[in-house]
Design a binder for this molecule. Structure first.
Ligand code: AMP
Length: 430
């Protein structure tokens, strides 16, 4: 029989590597809490229409990357429906915002999520079919200040803080404004006209985009098309005064907070719902897939999926890429060792060893439990790979209540009364 393997583009994350993921997630949770964000958990699958209406029909995600299936009705009272594994989480968060009438609180909603997303992309390093995103959204009625450029700057400053606290040095923040829906429509027409004589010289995707959604041409990565794209009109020249002023206020706040950024006129991002501020943090250590995270403002998204006016701004960090960056920077931590390894000397000591392990674990220590069938040498070898200290539990130790403890970093062996054992094992190495 052929052996079954994880599906192409998906991966198992095993210890000890998974500890890097845990550290990233706990740092993210701690930073988000300092900025008063609460966690939201939305389902991993949604009605397909949610993504086609928000992300956009003409985007790569919706046109070719979604895992979509027809979910058959189980009963006469049910209808079959088209469902999709979420390719991103912003649409789900905004759907939940509308469904739970969070706008009626009159408050800004500051929500973060951590979880898997699914896209049928061509797998390569840094690009998977199941990947994890850490993201956050600030959304609310305009009266709660959701359109304020201060919100954009605060989100960007929070991201700079998070990357710094994770130990990711050398990131670049690229930022742009894609203007209001009207600005974008105007720019799309400007581009469409400019592309008429140029498109025939470009790749097939660009030839199609030049007609269906000219803005997408700016996302093209084909090297031969780049000099042509550089000659196209810039979106900044299509922005109205309000969008220009909004962008100036975002950058002024970033300057005041000392967050460095670069303006990238081509940054329009791959999703249709963005308005005004768009941004990406990139890192040189990632190679071709150099985007660590991306995001922007989506002032019309809620209305596009049938909700009230609810401007917002958010981002999604590629957690897989954070891990790759930390590995490239050698910031991974050594696999953690447990506080103690208990070695029962003989199978008759297995049960008392479990009782001792229970006592120590309840005192808050991390403990690995050996087996009395092991020779002492094997116990020492195993303990030296996994624990800071080994505790020998023989018949004498059990009777006397005095245990033999060896510290692996110093090589010192000591006798410790059972009542003092937890305190002794909790101390840093001698
Ligand atoms: P997007 O939702 O496309 O704006 O992506 C946001 C971030 O998610 C990107 O900057 C990447 O870091 C990450 N990302 C997107 N697609 C993938 C993928 N297929 N595999 C791994 N990470 C991804």
């Amino acid at each position: 029989m052929s052996t079954l393997k994880a599906v192409r583009g998906t991966r198992d994350l095993l210890p000890p590597e998974v500890s890097v993921w845990q550290r990233i997630e706990s740092t993210a949770r701690a930073v988000f809490a300092r900025y008063n964000f609460g966690e939201i958990r939305t389902p991993v699958f949604e009605d397909t229409a949610l993504f086609s209406r928000s992300v956009g029909e003409e985007t790569d995600i919706v046109s070719k990357e979604m895992y979509t299936w027809e979910d058959r009705a189980r009963a006469q009272s049910e209808k079959s429906q088209s469902l999709t594994l979420r390719p991103e989480n912003t649409a789900g968060v905004v759907r939940a915002y509308i469904e739970h009438k969070l706008g009626e609180t009159g408050q800004l909603q500051k929500l973060y999520y951590i979880g898997p997303q699914f896209r049928r992309e061509r797998p390569q390093k840094g690009r998977y079919r199941q990947f994890s995103q850490i993201g956050a959204e600030v959304i609310g009625p305009p009266s709660a200040g959701s359109e304020s450029p201060l919100r954009d700057a605060e989100v960007l400053e929070m991201l700079a803080t998070l990357l710094d606290e994770l130990g990711i040095t050398g990131w670049t923040l690229e930022i742009n404004s894609v203007g209001s829906a009207a600005d974008r429509a105007r720019y799309n027409e400007t581009l469409r006209t400019a592309l008429v004589p140029l498109a025939p010289k470009m790749c097939v995707d660009c030839q199609r985009r030049a007609v269906t959604n000219p803005l997408r041409v700016l996302d093209c990565k084909v090297p031969e098309d780049q000099p042509i794209i550089d000659t196209l009109p810039k979106i900044v020249d299509s922005l109205d005064d309000a969008s220009k002023a909004h962008f100036v206020a975002v950058t002024a706040a970033l300057d005041a907070a000392g967050v460095p950024y670069k303006r990238n006129h081509r940054l329009v991002r791959g999703l249709d719902y963005y308005t005004r501020t768009t941004f990406e943090f990139t890192h040189g250590g990632l190679g071709a897939q150099n985007a660590l995270l991306g995001g922007g403002r989506y002032d019309g998204l809620s209305e596009a999926i049938g909700g009230p006016k609810a401007p917002g701004i958010g981002f999604a960090i590629g957690e897989d890429r954070l891990v790759l960056t930390l590995q490239a920077l050698n910031q991974e931590t050594a696999p953690p060792r447990v506080d103690a390894y208990i070695a029962p000397l003989g199978e008759s000591l297995n049960a008392p060893a479990l009782a001792l392990a229970r006592e120590l674990r309840r005192a808050g220590l991390s403990v690995e439990l050996g087996d009395g069938s092991f020779r002492l040498k094997k116990s020492f070898d195993t303990a030296d790979k996994t624990a800071r200290r080994i505790v020998i539990l023989g018949e004498d130790e059990l009777q006397s209540g005095i245990l033999t403890v060896k510290d692996f970093s110093s090589g010192i062996q000591t006798k410790v009364p059972r009542a003092e054992l937890a305190t002794h094992l909790g101390m840093p190495g001698e």
